[in-house]
Design a protein. Sequence first.
Length: 212
Amino acid sequence: MFVEILSVDIDDCVSFDSTDINVDPIITGGVQSGARIFIKCSLDNIKSRLQIDLGFGDVLCRDPVKLEFPVILKEFEKPGILAYRIETALAEKFEAIVALHLLNSRMKDFYDIIFIASNFRLTHGSVSESINATFRQRGTKLENSKRIFESQFKRNPEMQTQWTAFLSRKKLQFEMNFEAVVTQIESFLKPCIDEPESNAVWNPEAFRWEKL
């Protein structure tokens, strides 16, 4: 499939090497959950490597949405792509955090959830539905999410060290420590776990759920 896609001739000066495609398994909880594909590409004499992650068996509660993919050069038309709803991506990141618990080294999941909560207006029902469906499909008990919000986890020194290293590595200016980040995630997601049925809407500016 990828060889066929890469063979499509598009006048954008970017070329892909369809003869050199590497595929690595993505392992989640000891089970292969997808594949990571690496493709060599070039723009004139500039060489790079494209990474594409494929997920297997992910559950989608609602239809994908069509988004405009941003372009660097404004004279080029923005391509339209079908994408996960933000609630699905959010649920998958939260499930990974709960499933891995203290074994987690994926600090980006914590950062991404805070980013979503700070920038997107979401409905309580859609977030709750996505979380429940994702946990059910991946065989993770939703009740295990409680341990993420315990002081023992929030104040774990190793998690704080990993969080600090992540921010430094990504050159991110972020004032909250790990405990504050998890507390913010708790205020965002715990109501969706404790009370699945609600007509509340998330207000990212006020960082709270608001009843309609």
